[in-house]
Ligand binder design. Sequence first.
Ligand SMILES: CC(C)(COP(=O)(O)OP(=O)(O)OC[C@H]1O[C@@H](n2cnc3c(N)ncnc32)[C@H](O)[C@@H]1O)[C@@H](O)C(=O)NCCC(=O)NCCS
Ligand SMILES: Nc1ncnc2c1ncn2[C@@H]1O[C@H](COP(=O)(O)OP(=O)(O)OP(=O)(O)O)[C@@H](O)[C@H]1O
Length: 229
Amino acid sequence: MFLVGLTGGIASGKSSVSSQLRELGCPVIDADVVARKVVEPQTRAYRLLVQHFGQEVLLENGEIDRQKLGQIIFSNPEKRRVLNSITHPEIHRAMLKHILYYFIRGYRYVILDVPLLFETRRLTRLMKHTVVVYCDPTTQLARLMQRDGLSREEAEQRIAAQMPLSEKRGLARHVIENSGSREDTHRQVLRLHTALDDSMEFLPIRAVAVAAVAGLGGLFLYMVKLLAC
Ligand SMILES: CC(C)(COP(=O)(O)OP(=O)(O)OC[C@H]1O[C@@H](n2cnc3c(N)ncnc32)[C@H](O)[C@@H]1O)[C@@H](O)C(=O)NCCC(=O)NCCS
Ligand SMILES: Nc1ncnc2c1ncn2[C@@H]1O[C@H](COP(=O)(O)OP(=O)(O)OP(=O)(O)O)[C@@H](O)[C@H]1O
């Protein structure tokens, strides 16, 4: 099995592309969804968040107030670093479990939708393919302001909290240009899907695992036979 890292900038269109890939039958793990699960009440990350950011980042029902936490961390790099140091190890652990699930089910590849893929070098090294969903800066800003109801200043702050999208584009093996129409993007997604389906596994891990188990089984039987003689 191999891993495909799908990334981009905030509001560049990752979710739109990943939902099209899901419709084509690809397994996709969404880091934003995982990130929400790992900070649910009773979790370790939740307790650490309350310890560091205080009760004021909680809603009345005890859940994390994501809007409030977002306002704090996107305007303060040090607090963002603290949030990342609490959540990222938990996110990576949970994603590994999802990957194992797909591995056991026999999928050839899994797509990881990770906004901060290139900001986290440890993860990047594990990817056979990297895909950046790109759109031009003006379009990105306009889409972000419209989708999240942010002022220009707030939206610019959030974009500045990530590695520049143009830099990410230079690091990726595949680029999906999403400044144009949804149809245009869909055509590129279809091409990417074909490329992934045609991609060879560098190391057929599944076959190696099966061979290793079969080999150990054979050795065991041989030993049993020897001892029985
Ligand atoms: C800051 C939080 C509370 C805002 O929650 P909210 O529901 O409003 O947004 P959501 O989680 O859907 O994220 C939206 C986008 O913001 C960007 N973003 C999120 N966290 C970060 C971060 N720490 N640094 C830079 N950009 C970020 C990503 O592009 C993401 O796709 C939340 O994003 C969070 O807990 N972030 C820390 C975990 C993280 O790094 N998640 C990104 C996936 S690894
Ligand atoms: N080709 C397109 N044409 C018009 N609107 C688009 C296009 N692609 C995406 N959008 C819109 O732009 C916004 C951002 O897209 P999307 O939510 O897919 O981005 P994202 O990269 O997943 O964002 P985030 O990093 O915040 O999770 C959404 O409102 C989406 O509907």
